[in-house]
Each structure stands twice: as C-alpha cells, then as structure tokens.
Design a protein around this ligand. Structure first.
Ligand SMILES: Cc1ncc(COP(=O)(O)O)c(C=O)c1O
Length: 451
C-alpha cells in the first residue's frame, strides 16, 4: 500500500484547531498537546502529515467497520452528490427508501420501519420517545455500565460517569446492574452464571411498578464500558420479562451492530428480537453522519393512524443513505462479516495468550472483532489498574502513547483497552497490533509490580 501524504500545513492545522475547535470529552489544553494531524487513510491504516502510519486497531470509535476510504462507499457518495445532495424528509427519495428496505431485510425478526437520525444519541432519544408514546408510561430501565450518547436524554440513559457532569438530565430513568461475570455484584456467579443480575431487574420492576415502565434499553454487547458479552439466557429472559409486563425491549446496537460481533447484529447470537433497535456507526462507517431507530410491525402499525411527534431536517439524508446502501453491499460482497467472525476468534486466542504472559492482564473477553483487555494491579484482588472511573489516567495515557509510537491506535479508557479493528483486517495486520500490545503491556506489568 502506498501512502500518499497530502500536502497539509500541519502547523497551521494545529494552531487553528487549538484556537477554534472544542474537542469532545477533553480538557482542551491536554487535547492540543502533541495532537496527531491525520491527513489520509486507507483500509485499516491512517497516517499523519509526516507519513507515519497507524493501524486503526479500534476502528476510530468502533465505527470504521469497512476501514478508511472504501472505494465502493466513496463512489456511492460521489454518485449521489452528482444527482441530489439534499432533500427534506417529507419528500420520498430512492436512497432513503432503499436503505430502509435493506435494513428491514437484515435486522432480526419483524423490525420493519426506520426513523433515520444523524447518529446514535438521537436514535436513542427517539426510541424512548416512541416507547413512551406507545405504552403511555414514563420510566426507562437502563444499566450502570453503559453509554448511550451525549444529548440530554441519551446522557441520562447512560450509566457511567460521563453522565455526572451533565446532571440533572431527563426524569424517569432507573438504572440496574450489568451482566459482568468478572466483577459480578451478586458474587457466586463464577463460570456458571445464575443470572442474578437479570433476576434482580424483575425485583426492581416490582419496586418501581411495572405498569409505570415503558422500556428496558441496553447495549447487547456493552462497548465503551467494558465489553460485556451477556450469558446465553440473559436476553431471552429479558424478552420474556418485557412481554410479561407489557414493556418494550430496546437494543442499542450502535457499536455492536453491522458485523462487529461476527454476525449482522449482536442480537443474532441470541435469537432475540427487540421492539426497537437503534444503530449508527457501522451503518455507513461514519462516511456521512447517519443513525436510526428501526421499529417492529406493532409500532409501525401504531403510527399508521397517529402522529409521530419527532423530526430532523437531515433525517434520511441522501448522501448518508447512499453511503449506507454501498456499505451494506460491501459487507456482503467483501465477506466482511465472515471475516469478523474468523479474525475475531483468532484475536481472542491471541489476547488469551497475552493474558497468560502478562500478570497485569486480569481478563480478556469479546465476541467477533469486539474485544477488550482489562488490566488489574493484582489478579487476586482484581483492583483496576488504574481504577475504573478514577482520576489518575497517567498509565492509560502512557499505554496509548506507547502504542501510537509503535504505529498502533487503540482506544483506552481507565483499565480497559478496546481492540476492534476494521472487519476486513488480515491476519498479518492483526498480528502487527498484537505484537505492539505484547510490548506495551510490559509497562502495565511494571506498574502492577510497583503498585
Ligand atoms: C452504544 C452506544 N450508543 C450510542 C452512542 C452515541 O452515538 P453518537 O456518538 O453517534 O451519538 C455510542 C457512541 O459511542 C455508543 O457506543
């Protein structure tokens, strides 16, 4: 692969960015210290103005499932741009209608009709709006170790600490514990999970009054809060619980969808159909912002004779939808989902070897190319290295920088490293990343030994 370093005045980019761009989830001074100015990318690689290339071992924010600059998607955007860049949502449009049909054909069960948004947060906002309208109830159950987006409602649905500074949020959100066997709140789970976290949800429903609960909303495989793959009976149990009390089940597949776990959707591993599924990211790999909430037949029928009180100027944007069609076609034409399943198995094997070798690795887990490494000070106590949601991020930053120095980008949060390369990654590329992890984990071992 040849790297074409675009002629970019990186000094000017840095100066303009530092002065004029407010960076997500960052203390601005830190974000502008030693930033990487990315000038191009291709497949699993991206590169900076000096021609240094990086393996995108987390697909940016677990987003670039097809990698960078996939020719089929780039061509589709160009072609649509020549035809029609924008049309309002109350006109019909071929790209929007086709993508909506393709999604209905690929999502589980009777999910049939999509409200398109610009990303994941808006998808979740609209999902809970629909659940409340359909049930006439207010409460939404979510989980503590979760992230659902940064708009006011989605921030409240979120369980983790990015919510704290944004409180108070919306009313009516009740949070429950997660399926996290490595640190099970209910103990005694071990390898033989008795699903006490799931049964506890029924207890909480009874305390809250099930007739006041509109929906249970969750990530099928938890992403940025630790990669939790639920036990086989967990989602079937929740489906049954929701049906028992007339509550809607909403799956947030913003990160776990579109081949990330080795099947089209993480829900496909469990044979469970939600009432609403939210998505974004892998629907077109962020080439043009796009998300959505796809609803089942029952909800679709509900809106036949009733107003849907929601809308967005850019809902179903033609450029985004054209990119979506090409993306879904590329997953199939390139065998990307099969490769995710195959390479995901290899990745988990390699991460398990790293765990055997490095005392600081407490646990490795994942499904398909959606894997995580959890670092601990001590395998007996399982104390996080550094603690989850702790203030001291020095080691996390050191590991991230050491990986970048070796040409590997990994999303790191507290004591978690998220390994989620583009789905078309080859074994050689995978091993390039694993080798860098092996080297860099020595720094974590040192920190654990001296803690
Ligand atoms: C599971 C999940 N839901 C929702 C979101 C929010 O998506 P967006 O940033 O597109 O609003 C994210 C973002 O990372 C996510 O991981």
């Amino acid at each position: 692969m040849s790297i074409e370093v675009n002629a970019v005045d990186t000094a000017r980019v840095k100066a303009d960015s530092a002065k004029h761009v407010l960076v997500s989830w960052s203390v601005q001074k830190a974000a502008n210290t030693d930033p990487v100015v990315v000038t191009g990318g291709q497949g699993v690689w991206f590169w900076d103005g000096d021609g240094k290339r990086y393996l995108d071992f987390s697909s940016q924010l677990v987003n670039s499932n097809l990698g960078h600059q996939h020719p089929r998607v780039v061509a589709a955007i160009k072609e649509q741009a020549e035809k029609l860049c924008f049309i309002g949502p109350n006109f019909q449009n071929e790209a929007r209608a086709t993508l909506a049909r393709m999604l209905a054909e690929r999502t589980p069960g009777d999910l049939v009709k999509t409200f398109f948004t610009l990303g994941g947060a808006e998808a979740n906002e609209n999902a809970i709006k629909m659940a409340r309208a359909y049930t006439g109830r207010q409460k939404i159950i979510t989980r503590y170790r979760s992230y659902h987006g940064a708009t006011a409602g989605a921030m409240t649905l979120t369980g983790e600490n990015r919510r704290w500074a944004n409180e108070p949020g919306i009313s009516g959100v009740v949070r429950v514990q997660d399926p996290y066997p490595y640190r099970c709140t209910f103990k005694g789970c071990g390898d033989n999970c008795s699903m006490q976290c799931a049964h506890n949800i029924e207890d909480i429903l009874n305390f809250e009054g099930p007739e006041t609960v509109a929906a249970i909303l969750l990530e099928v495989v938890t992403g940025t809060n630790g990669i939790f793959v639920p036990p086989p009976d967990y989602l079937p149990y929740l489906r049954q619980l929701c049906d028992k009390y007339g509550i809607l089940l909403i799956f947030d597949e913003v990160m776990s969808g579109f081949g990330r776990t080795g099947k089209w959707f993480a829900a496909d591993h469990y044979g469970v159909t939600p009432d609403i599924m939210t998505f974004a990211k892998g629907v077109n790999c962020g080439y043009v912002p796009l998300g959505g909430a796809i609803i089942n037949q029952k909800l679709s029928d509900f809106y036949e004779d009733r107003m849907f009180w929601g809308g967005l100027t850019y809902s179903g944007h033609p450029l985004a939808c054209a990119a979506g069609i090409a993306t879904l076609e590329a997953y199939e034409a390139d065998g990307a989902i099969e490769n995710s399943a195959r390479m995901g198995k290899k990745l988990l094997e390699e991460l398990t070897l790293l765990k055997e070798k490095h005392p600081s690795v407490g646990d490795v887990r994942g499904l398909g190319l959606f894997c995580g490494i959890e670092l601990v000070k001590n395998r007996e106590t399982r104390e996080g290295l550094p603690p989850w949601q702790g203030k001291d991020q020095a080691l996390t930053n050191k590991l991230r920088n050491a990986l970048m120095a070796r040409g590997v980008f990994v999303m790191c949060r507290y004591n978690m490293l998220f390994i989620a390369p583009p789905l078309l990654v080859t074994e050689d590329e995978l091993m390039f990343g694993v080798k860098a992890l092996d080297e860099v984990l020595l720094l974590a071992d040192e920190a654990a030994a001296s803690a």
